[in-house]
Design a protein. Structure first.
Length: 305
């Protein structure tokens, strides 16, 4: 009997020692958790709580670490957004104030009758071109703000991509001719049904074509549409000066302007908006360019099943 009693006593002591060690570990972890929460509350989002698989508080520690990581990601995103808005303000200063001041100057000269006859007509033409530039910039600016804020709404419909493309391109023919561009359109007569937002697709093509006219310095463009397995492929190319390999990976970044190839004009928003709108349709857009030979933009959209 004494042996059994002694054995029970030993077991009880071991259990007590184990429970005390567990409670001590829990208390230590709770102290660390309290310190970490205080640290995170004070802005140190790099703080993490270490835990072992055997710890009773591991789930709490993991959740705290996840909260800190998510908040840190949002903080970084916010900083990037703030920097983007600062760059946007700088871009606005150059891309709006300068042509606007110039536009006002031309109109004042016309209104004051400083210029007459053919010179007046030339001033009107220049003023119109500058007004068009401002209109295009403001449209892109509004699109950028709506996409960035998540306020852009889309209406997806089952449409024939080829018919929609022909309707959009028809409006660009006089613009291309005015800018002395030869053009070639290869759009099949068969239907390519896809789920698409017509306004968003119009903006995509408009931005790509405007990019060619404004930046390529070429005189020929082509648009081709064809099936590619379970996808529809749209290729838009020009014979311009091309984009350097250094700039090519960055052309879809918001407010990015190529220093040497395509930086003289534009808002730096058009291609970024085009890429985001393509992504909304679960598509992809890529660029292939060779200096001195031209650039090709390729869009892939999934076909409607």
């Amino acid at each position: 009997m004494n042996v059994y009693l002694l054995f029970a006593l030993v077991i009880t002591l071991l259990i007590i020692v184990y429970l005390v060690s567990v409670l001590w570990r829990v208390q230590t972890q709770l102290t660390l958790i309290k310190d970490a929460l205080e640290d995170i509350k004070n802005g140190n989002l790099n703080r993490r709580v270490l835990a072992r698989e055997s710890d009773m508080t591991r789930k709490i520690c993991y959740d705290i670490n996840e909260i800190a990581i998510n908040n840190q990601a949002r903080f970084i995103q916010q900083k990037q957004s703030d920097q983007a808005y600062k760059r946007l303000m700088t871009s606005l200063s150059h891309d709006v104030k300068t042509p606007l001041a110039s536009l006002v100057g031309y109109l004042e000269a016309i209104q004051s009758k400083i210029v007459v006859g053919e010179e007046k007509d030339e001033y009107i033409k220049v003023a119109f071109d500058k007004a068009q530039h401002l209109k295009y910039f403001v449209e892109n600016l509004f699109d950028w703000v709506k996409l960035n804020s998540g306020e852009q709404t889309f209406r997806f419909e089952l449409l024939d991509l080829n018919e929609l493309s022909r309707n959009i391109i028809a409006d660009w023919v006089p613009v291309l001719e005015k800018n002395h561009f030869e053009y070639e359109f290869d759009i099949p007569t068969t239907e390519y049904p896809i789920r698409i937002d017509a306004n968003a697709y119009t903006r995509i093509l408009n931005n790509l074509l405007q990019n060619i006219i404004t930046h390529s310095e070429g005189n020929n463009m082509a648009l081709r549409i064809f099936e590619n397995g379970q996808q529809v492929k749209i290729a838009i190319s020009d014979n311009g000066k091309g984009i350097s390999p250094d700039n090519l990976p960055h052309i879809f970044e918001r407010l990015y302007k190529c220093d040497n190839s395509r930086g003289a004009k534009g808002s730096g928003l058009g291609l970024a908006i085009a890429k985001e709108l393509v992504s909304v349709h679960k598509g992809t857009i890529t660029t292939d360019s060779t200096l001195g030979f031209g650039t090709t933009f390729t869009i892939l959209f999934p076909k409607a099943l």
